[in-house]
Design a protein around this ligand. Structure first.
Ligand code: SF4
Length: 495
């Protein structure tokens, strides 16, 4: 067969392009009179359910009409595959497909005319540049919208690595001011705190479902406080009382499993990662999740790193005020995030939890991963694994990577084999999510989890006397420091 061979019959529609004169896809500027801002709904999504409800409430408190898309599922993936380009990474398929799925629902089930959907709805998404597909998200949305019959539907983006430093947009439909970003970041922080507490408390609850009920009640109170501009701090104190009522038995021996990897795949609580967190809990593990704020901290670190590189290159300049200004802004962002997190965490009773120290992770990762390769999570996946082994953080580290992810599968995983060889104690598993093959995904996790469970039991054997322990160990707020990994061992070690 010669290399210019072409099949004679194209029953597979995907290959229809082979016979056609193809040209680069480009988007024409539509001639549409869009609805006023007051009549427009801004769609967003792809985060955890709690993050989305709090962001929606926060935006509404500023008079912005935000609506979170329904949780991503495999139907979203189907829509993404039908209308998206070939060869995309999984988060692109899921997030793009989720929007199309919702618009089709509005059209076919709610009976809203396509023209009205196009005029009255906008999608807000993150965008960025760098050596991963993140830079192509908006184009991907537009391509799929076009092919699905929603040509002219607006997709507005903010640059994920600019956080609160977004530039004003010409299109006034979406407010991307620092004031808007500050309230969004605050909501993200509080949502993260609720999620972290959920993962810490749920595995030890005596009555099944009591944690979720309590977390839900807290979420409702926070939404109400955001909408009515009430004190969030006082609300977090109220939530503390609600969580205290969840009865716990924290002396159950459970392995701790850190879920990290590509940001979206590790963070989402959906079909996008086969509900990995829920699966691990059902299998008897305590999950260390990746909060959304970690991604924002990485963005701030990236901004600082780029600034320092630029400063080095331009060290002969007499005095560059723009660099000094960005240094000050980065300092404010970094310290502001830590201060806000600590404030709300303390109020609700999340003790002993530390946000990642990006400088420390940089030191751990830079020996193995070039810092200039900043696509995806950059050096962080490698650094998290090293930190977990050096500081006894987890019995098992799972790196979740979406099918087709260049930085995570292509680069980080190559380096992780070197790290695993250097740290033979590391119980590390890398799993890929493709939307299919869930059985294989689960069975690989079960195998790694078996080893983690054995390690957790072995650690617990050091404690002979587990009777007559003080009541305080069962309180979720009690979080002593200890060299042990497992929660039960940490608690027993402290008394
Ligand atoms: S990091 Fe990977 S999965 Fe995430 S957007 Fe980039 S290429 Fe896609």
């Amino acid at each position: 067969m010669s290399c210019d061979y072409k099949p004679t019959s194209y029953s597979n529609l995907d290959l229809n392009y082979l016979d056609k004169n193809i040209s680069q896809w480009s988007q024409e500027k539509p001639n549409i009179k869009y609805a006023d801002k007051s009549e427009t709904t801004i769609l967003f999504g792809g985060l955890t359910d709690i993050s989305e409800s709090l962001i929606e409430a926060a935006a509404k408190s500023l008079g912005e009409n935000y609506l979170a898309l329904p949780t991503i599922d495999n139907k979203s993936l189907e829509f993404g595959k039908i209308y998206g380009n070939r060869g995309q990474c999984n988060p692109t398929y899921y997030t793009v497909g989720n929007l199309i799925k919702y618009l089709v629902y509005l059209r076919d089930e709610k009976g809203i005319a396509t023209e009205e959907i196009i005029k009255k709805y906008v999608m807000l998404t993150a965008n960025g540049c760098g050596p991963c597909r993140f830079g192509m998200y908006v184009t991907e949305f537009n391509k799929a919208l076009n092919d699905a019959g929603f040509a002219g539907f607006r997709v507005v983006s903010f640059e994920h690595n600019k956080s609160i430093f977004q530039e004003a947009q010409d299109d006034s439909i979406v407010e991307l001011s620092p004031k808007f970003f500050l309230i969004v970041v605050k909501s993200v922080i509080i949502a993260d705190i609720l999620n972290i507490l959920g993962y810490q408390i749920r595995p030890y609850e005596v009555e099944k479902g009591s944690t979720n009920k309590a977390i839900k009640r807290c979420e409702e109170l926070i939404i109400e406080a955001l909408k009515n501009k009430k004190s969030l701090l006082k609300t977090m104190l109220k939530c503390r009382k609600i969580l205290e009522r969840v009865e716990l038995n924290r002396l159950q021996v459970k392995p701790k499993v850190m879920v990290m990897g590509e940001f979206w795949a590790a963070m989402t609580e959906s079909d996008g990662n086969y509900h990995i967190h829920r699966f691990l809990e059902a299998e008897g593990a305590e999950v260390l999740n990746q909060p959304l704020i970690n991604r924002i901290l990485l963005n701030v670190w990236e901004a600082e790193y780029l600034r320092s590189v630029k400063e080095g290159v331009e060290s002969n300049a007499v005095l560059d005020f723009s660099l000094a200004k960005s240094k000050f802004m980065i300092f404010l962002a970094k310290h502001g995030i830590h201060a806000q997190f600590n404030l709300y965490a303390k109020a609700i009773g999340l003790n002993g939890y530390k946000l990642p120290n990006m400088e420390h992770l940089q030191k751990l990762g830079e020996k193995y991963y070039p810092l200039d390769s900043n696509g995806g999570e950059g050096h962080l996946e490698v650094a998290h694994l090293i930190e977990s082994v050096q500081e006894n953080i987890a019995h098992l580290v799972i790196s979740v990577k979406p099918f087709g992810c260049m930085p995570s599968s292509g680069v980080s995983d190559g380096i992780q084999s070197l790290i695993s060889a250097k740290y033979p104690n590391a119980n590390f598993l890398s799993v890929e999510t493709s939307g299919e093959g869930g059985a294989n995904f689960y069975s690989r996790i079960q195998m790694a989890l078996f080893k983690a469970k054995e390690q957790a039991k072995e650690e617990f054997l050091e404690f002979k006397d587990v009777a007559n322990v003080p009541r305080k160990v069962h309180n979720y707020k009690y979080a002593p420091k200890s060299r042990y990994i497992g929660t039960a061992c940490k608690l027993l070690d402290s008394i």
